[in-house]
Design a protein around this ligand. Sequence first.
Ligand code: AMP
Ligand code: ZN
Length: 115
Amino acid sequence: MSDDCLFCKIIAGEIPSNKVYSDDDLYAFEDINPAAPQHILIIPKKHLTNINSANEKDEALLGKLLLRANEIAKELGLAEDGFRYVINTGRDGGQTVFHLHLHILGGRALSWPPG
Ligand code: AMP
Ligand code: ZN
């Protein structure tokens, strides 16, 4: 837990969120400002600033995060028509919350390339 991290506070229940999934390692919740009809954030409970902060010790955790995201996408009914995963990283990547998070976006046709 990082004291001044918004997502650590969400995991701790200090800031409310619309939970979609939780286990010992992961937490998933609805994005407060959805960019698509379905917009979920899935995060490790362990504080990692971003994907650059991960190392070999996090291999299983990151694998679990992706596979669980697949399950959530399936549960949301996105598997057939498709969806997008996004991990914004650092300033040029557009990261605004510095706790690693995977965006799951779906429910409409998404354009490419991103801005
Ligand atoms: P990023 O720009 O990749 O760092 O994404 C951060 C995301 O967190 C944005 O999509 C925000 O809408 C979302 N967000 C910020 N505060 C909250 C909150 N309190 N609850 C849920 N989502 C949030
Ligand atoms: Zn954090």
